[in-house]
Design a protein around this ligand. Structure first.
Ligand SMILES: Nc1ncnc2c1ncn2[C@@H]1O[C@H](COP(=O)(O)OP(=O)(O)O)[C@@H](O)[C@H]1O
Ligand SMILES: [Mg+2]
Length: 224
C-alpha cells in the first residue's frame, strides 16, 4: 500500500478531558475513508489532529513520510496550504468574493497568477455544475451552490489529502447527497485521498474504508 498519511498512538485532551485515545490510522494515496460516530465521540478532534491543525498530546502523524507532529510552524503551514484541503460543515466562504475568487484562493496563496488561478477555479467549478455562477458573490449563492464552491476550493490545488468535517451538514438530504457524490467523484478523478466525517450511510458505503468512533476510540474498521 502506498501510504500518504499515518497516525500512531494519537492522544488528545481538552484540559483534563481526553478526546482521543491511542488512535492508529492509515490512509493510502487516493483512498476515501469515512468516519462515523455519535456526537462528541471525537471525530472532529481526530480530523484536526490528522490535518496538523491540533497538536496531539502524544503519538505521531506522518504525511508522505514527513513527521507533522515535530514540523516547525512555518513548514507545517506551507505543507497544509499546498498539499491539504479542508471542507467545512458550513462551507465558510468569503461572502464578498465571487465563486471563482473563493475557489481560486489556495492557488493565489501559493503564488499562482490570477489568470491561471481563476482558469483552474473555473474548470473545477464547471465540473461541479457551477459554470453559470463563476462571477456571483458567495453571499448570493444558495446553500448547495456555496457548498460546491467550498468543495472546489478544497480540491482546486489538487491536494494529496482533503479532510471534510460533515461537509453537507447544512444542506437538505437530497442536495447533500448530490454534492457529496460530486465531491467524491472529483476527488477520485484527481487521486486526492479523502477523510470524510459523515452521518450519511450511503456516503460511508461508497468509501473504500469505514471507521466508527466511540468515546475517542476507533471501535470499528471496515475495508470495503
Ligand atoms: N473546544 C473544546 N473544549 C473542550 N472540550 C471540547 C472542545 N471541543 C470538543 N470537546 C469535547 O471533546 C470531545 C470530542 O469532541 P469532538 O471531537 O468535537 O467530537 P465529534 O466531532 O465526534 O462530535 C467531546 O466530549 C467534546 O465535548
Ligand atoms: Mg464534530
Amino acid at each position: 500500500m502506498d501510504v500518504i498519511l499515518r497516525a500512531e498512538g494519537l492522544e488528545f485532551f481538552y484540559g483534563e478531558q481526553r478526546a482521543l485515545r491511542n488512535i492508529d490510522f492509515t490512509l493510502a494515496r487516493g483512498e476515501v475513508a469515512a468516519i462515523t460516530g455519535s456526537s462528541g465521540s471525537g471525530k472532529s478532534s481526530l480530523l484536526y489532529c490528522l490535518a496538523g491543525v491540533l497538536p496531539p498530546a502524544s503519538g505521531s502523524v506522518t504525511f508522505d513520510g514527513i513527521p507533522l507532529t515535530t514540523l516547525p510552524d512555518t513548514e507545517l503551514s506551507a505543507l497544509r496550504r499546498e498539499r491539504i484541503g479542508f471542507v467545512f460543515q458550513y462551507g465558510e466562504l468569503l461572502a464578498e468574493l465571487t465563486a471563482e475568487e473563493n475557489a481560486a484562493l489556495p492557488l493565489r496563496l501559493a503564488g499562482v497568477t490570477k489568470e491561471r488561478a481563476h482558469a483552474a477555479a473555473a474548470r473545477v467549478l464547471q465540473r461541479l455544475g457551477m459554470g453559470d455562477f463563476l462571477r456571483r458573490r458567495a453571499s448570493g449563492l444558495s446553500g448547495g451552490q456555496a457548498q460546491r464552491v467550498a468543495v472546489a476550493r478544497a480540491l482546486v490545488h489538487q491536494p494529496d489529502v482533503v479532510f471534510a468535517d460533515e461537509p453537507t451538514g447544512a444542506l437538505d438530504s437530497a442536495n447533500a447527497s448530490t454534492v457529496l457524490e460530486e465531491f467524491l467523484a472529483l476527488a477520485r478523478s484527481q487521486e486526492t485521498a479523502v477523510v470524510i466525517v459523515t452521518h450519511d450511510p450511503q456516503v460511508a458505503a461508497r468509501a473504500d474504508s469505514q471507521y466508527t468512533m466511540t468515546d475517542g476510540v476507533i471501535t470499528q474498521r471496515v475495508a470495503v
